[in-house]
Design a protein around this ligand. Structure first.
Ligand SMILES: [Fe+2]
Ligand SMILES: [Fe+2]
Length: 184
């Protein structure tokens, strides 16, 4: 069976597909292409649902409390830093959502604001995924014993059922389609 951090890293690779799609959309907008607002909304909806509600939700509600109990400091440590980054990402995602709404209303400057917000979000998120993959997860992997890792996997599976296993599969397919449609 895959370990708990393998499961989270798998989510990261799915999120990266949507980031590549977002980058592709920005490059098209920069060169003057018009993109239908619903297509941009699909990218934001994916990020909001999969990256934030589902993935960050699992980290904040399940993983971080387990790591605090295992002795990782919250405030002033990597967990507080990661949760702060989640909050920044939520704010940047709000900017993206606003830019798409204004773009849809024909606001002439909204495309440029979308690009700016998308670049800020992607920059933050790429660094965040990298810090979890290469710093937080290895620390946690070394800290937790096998029973704790098995319990963590069970909690992640429970969260999947609550969120909807079919919905997760749909979102993973949506990320592949976004990448195929928009990434360069
Ligand atoms: Fe995270
Ligand atoms: Fe993560």
């Amino acid at each position: 069976m895959s370990g708990p951090f393998h499961l989270l890293k798998h989510d990261h690779r799915i999120i990266e597909r949507a980031l590549k799609a977002l980058d592709g959309a920005c490059l098209r907008l920069e060169t003057g292409d018009q993109i239908p607002a619903p297509d941009l909304s699909k990218m934001i909806d994916f990020i909001s649902t999969f990256a934030d509600s589902y993935h960050h939700g699992k980290e904040e509600i399940i993983l971080f409390p387990v790591l605090v109990r295992a002795g990782i400091q919250y405030q002033g440590g990597p967990l507080g830093a990661m949760e702060r980054e989640h909050q920044i990402e939520r704010r940047l995602m709000g900017n993206l959502r606003t830019a798409v709404e204004e773009y849809d209303q024909g606001d002439a400057g909204a495309g440029a604001r979308f690009i700016e917000a998308a670049r800020a979000y992607t920059h933050m998120m790429v660094g965040h995924l990298e810090r979890e993959d290469s710093v937080l997860f290895p620390i946690a992997e070394a800290l937790l014993n096998e029973d704790e890792k098995r319990a963590l996997i069970a909690e992640f599976k429970k969260a999947d059922h609550t969120f909807g296993v079919a919905r997760i599969t749909e979102l993973e397919s949506a990320a592949i389609k976004l990448e195929n449609d928009w990434a360069f």
